[in-house]
Design a protein around this ligand. Structure first.
Ligand code: SAH
Ligand code: SF4
Ligand code: F3S
Length: 489
């Protein structure tokens, strides 16, 4: 790399494209960290980069389609610049038929690796740069968790921290257990160490990541002992400097009274939970292998709201699951009406090869699937808008994240409940925790007025900078496209 810098006047550069969820985003941060460690500098866009990594998602079919579309664009870049190194990785690569398809249709791709061997990237990248030989390395299963990998985070004051990898739930529609392997928890000490280091670095908010955090069982020390998720939260709430803790995702079938209690006595834990319900029909929930009933789910909401009044509850729905009848769908509408979610993602069922549901007959006709989808999204959006409107006039504390997507002099932040709030403020405020009086409410966002700090100072902040391109709203690609229309600030 030094030689490259001498001849080109600058180090080679990289760009990571992230196509999936928060876990995928966190992996991209590791990929960026590993490439930085090799001497690569971040590029402003894929068009300028010397090394492009595409971190893929396989959760729905449109994610697969977008990937192949993107590869077509990158192929043109590669034809114009034969020195460009292209790596593809992430969940799609854990499926043999996808790797075969890349080999057949895109043999020019230099490196293919999976979700379990990200740590092998420097060796693969070096091989590609030196020899330009094609390398395909995908592990079927994750071995021991590799700790201590570098990361280049997307934000200086918000961070993702993995608490566990993989998923053992095998919901009948879902590809994730196949792409991410079996459940493995990180040691509690490792999680705590990372959180403390992040807090020392100025991080204010941590989002703990796991496909089902309720299954977390992390070793306390080499001498023995195991912490469960509520215990881990207790420890993390004591980390000085951290203002906010969030986590996702929590599976309703395992949401324990002890986790609900964590909200009752919360300190830095935000008053918000993402609790994907998927369907309101107990029959469909059975076919989905979700392990709870409609009434059971509504009962959980009651307990949560009793323990922590005002808790924001968000969820995911799937419409058009095989065998879903009109009556099942009415159950879903009824649940949505009664649950009063703060916001929700709705997805059209997408058959994934290798999952049990993909073999179910009784597919819902596309017309019905889309009609139900629109009806559900209409109801969910109306409820979100009402719940946002109820916040008018209130003062909410926000973590200021950075400039809003539209409008000069407008900054964006998130409230404790996770709502997007925009307000007029100087850019230097990024990273500060500030009070905002809500003056306007839309379906998916709030607008407000920045209140002066007690004591009069403007508050400290730093600019956000990131070498990765990530999709909107935490990478959950279904939300805008399928779930709901974009709503400008
Ligand atoms: N572990 C998380 C889910 C990750 S996938 C959880 O259980 O909540 C995120 C969401 O994608 C799921 O909640 C589900 O609503 C949706 N999803 C997953 N597989 C899907 C499929 N085959 N078709 C449509 N939506 C799907
Ligand atoms: Fe998929 Fe279910 Fe696991 Fe979530 S809990 S990742 S939906 S299998
Ligand atoms: Fe993988 Fe996340 Fe997509 S686990 S399949 S990148 S939703």
């Amino acid at each position: 790399m030094e030689e490259y810098a001498e001849t080109h006047g600058a180090p080679p550069s990289y760009f990571v494209l992230t196509m999936g969820c928060q876990m995928n985003e966190r992996d991209s941060e590791t990929i960026a960290g590993l490439l930085s460690g090799m001497g690569y500098a971040p590029a402003a866009s894929k068009d300028e980069a010397d090394f492009i990594a595409v971190n893929t998602c396989s959760v729905r079919e449109n994610a697969d389609k977008r990937f192949f579309g993107l590869l077509g664009q990158i192929k043109k870049l590669r034809e114009a610049r034969p020195g460009l190194v292209v790596a593809v990785c992430g969940c799609m690569m854990q499926q043999r038929h996808i790797v075969d398809e890349i080999g057949a249709r895109h043999p020019w791709v230099d490196i293919v690796f999976g979700t379990h061997n990200i740590h092998g990237l420097p060796r693969l990248a070096m091989g590609a740069v030196l020899g330009k030989a094609r390398a395909v390395e995908v592990w079927d299963e994750g071995g021991d968790i590799v700790e201590g990998l570098p990361a280049r985070r997307g934000s200086p004051f918000k961070a993702y921290v993995n608490v566990m990898y993989g998923c053992d739930n095998f919901c009948s529609y879902c590809i994730v257990p196949y792409t991410r392997g079996r459940e493995r928890s990180r040691g509690a000490g490792e999680v705590l160490k990372e959180a403390k280091a992040l807090a020392r670095d100025g991080v204010k908010e941590i989002m703990l990541l796991g496909q089902n955090v309720n299954s977390y069982r992390g070793a306390l020390s080499a001498a023995g002992g195991v912490a469960d998720f509520p215990e881990l939260l207790l420890m993390l709430e004591e980390v000085g400097g951290l203002e906010r803790l969030r986590f996702m995702t929590s599976h309703p079938k395992d949401l324990s009274d002890r986790l609900i209690d964590a909200f009752r006595r919360r300190k830095t834990l935000c008053n918000a939970i993402h609790l994907p319900v998927q369907s309101g029909s107990t029959r469909v929930l059975g076919l989905m292998n979700r392990g709870y009933t409609k009434e059971g789910y509504l009962g959980l909401l009651e307990k949560l709201r009793d323990a922590s009044p005002g808790i924001a509850v968000t969820t995911d729905f799937i419409t058009g699951f095989p065998g879903e009848t009109e009556e099942d769908f009415r159950e879903t509408m009824d649940l949505a009406e009664r649950a009063r979610f703060d916001s929700a993602f709705t997805f059209l069922y997408s058959p994934r090869r290798g999952t049990p549901a993909a073999e179910y007959e009784d597919r819902v006709p596309a017309g019905d699937k889309h009609r139900r989808f629109s009806e559900l999204v209409g109801l969910l959006n109306a409820i979100s808008a009402e719940k946002n409107a109820a916040r008018l006039g209130r003062v909410e504390r926000a973590l200021v994240e950075g400039p809003a997507k539209t409008g000069q002099g407008i900054m964006s932040g998130r409230t404790d409940s996770g709502r997007l709030v925009n307000f007029a403020a100087p850019e230097g405020l990024a990273g500060a925790m500030r009070d905002i009086r809500i003056t306007e409410a839309k379906t998916f966002s709030l607008f407000g007025e920045l209140l002066p700090m007690e004591g009069g100072s403007a508050g400290e902040g730093r600019a956000a900078a990131g070498p990765c391109e990530v999709p909107d709203r935490g990478g959950r690609e279904g939300r805008r496209r399928e779930g709901r229309p974009a709503d400008g600030p």
